[in-house]
Write a protein that binds this ligand. Structure first.
Ligand SMILES: [Zn+2]
Length: 250
């Protein structure tokens, strides 16, 4: 079932109401953290053994909430969201069995440090994530990298970098999908690019919408700002892929 608070957050991003977006992402996070069980019985909450896909989505929402609060000038709330992510991620890191999962949890700690503007702590945390990847080579790195847990860990960077169309999924990983550096590359890459993406959002004073499903050269809609016909469908909104404003029928 889709998280209704996330849809509220997306609408608030369209309306550039950063405070409301931060509030809605916070609610979305707590929902996913507290009840991760899916209809088929898979998933699990933040404490349950096994997959932590949905709680990881909750952590991702907390990071986005923090960024929205920074845009709103609500620095205390931004810091509290980021400070909430770290212990939850560390708790998960220390209680999952799989080494690669521990590394992903460490990425959340690092991303959270970026969101609260703690550059040195972020660099240390990304280094730690890289060492965890280097110590744990899965048999099939590519299938690991495409799992929902990693989607959640990619969330902040892919979303924030939409401001300048800067980062594609492939950029996150090393050149050889079977190589030992394939996943470790993530930590080094994020160490450079997450701080940049966050800075650019804050400089622009705007966070664009995350990429949902996209359609190019749509016959029905045009963007009132740039005139393009490339559409982004996300969270119940239909917006220009580039400007994140609602499109008009043409
Ligand atoms: Zn546009």
């Amino acid at each position: 079932m889709p998280n209704p608070h996330r849809a509220t957050a997306i609408t608030a991003l369209v309306e550039q109401d950063w405070q409301t977006a931060g509030d809605a992402y916070t609610r979305a996070a707590h929902r996913d953290l507290s009840d991760g069980e899916r209809g088929d019985g898979s998933g699990g909450d933040v404490l349950a053994p096994g997959a932590r896909d949905r709680p990881a989505t909750g952590l991702s929402f907390l990071l986005t909430a923090g960024l929205c609060y920074r845009l709103a000038g609500a620095e205390d709330r931004a810091r509290y969201r980021a400070l909430t992510v770290a212990p939850l991620a560390l708790d998960a890191r220390d209680h999952v069995r799989d080494g690669v999962e521990r590394a992903v949890c460490q990425e959340f700690v690092a991303d959270a440090a970026v969101v609260r503007g703690a550059e040195d702590a972020a660099a240390d945390a990304y280094d730690r994530a890289e060492r965890l990847y280097q110590a744990n080579h899965p048999e099939e790195p590519l299938s690991v990298a495409t799992a929902p847990l990693f989607d959640a860990a990619n969330g902040l960077l892919l979303h924030a970098s939409r401001n300048y169309r800067g980062v594609e999924w492939d950029d996150l990983h090393g050149p050889d999908p079977e190589g030992e550096d394939y996943l470790a590359h993530r930590a080094r890459y994020k160490s450079r690019t997450v701080p940049e993406a966050v800075d650019r959002v804050l400089e622009a004073g705007q966070l664009h919408l995350p990429r949902g499903s996209t359609e190019y050269n749509n016959d029905t809609y045009r963007c009132p700002d740039c005139g393009e016909h490339d559409v982004n469908y996300v969270g119940g909104e239909t917006v220009c892929l580039y400007c994140s404003v609602r499109v008009e029928e043409r």
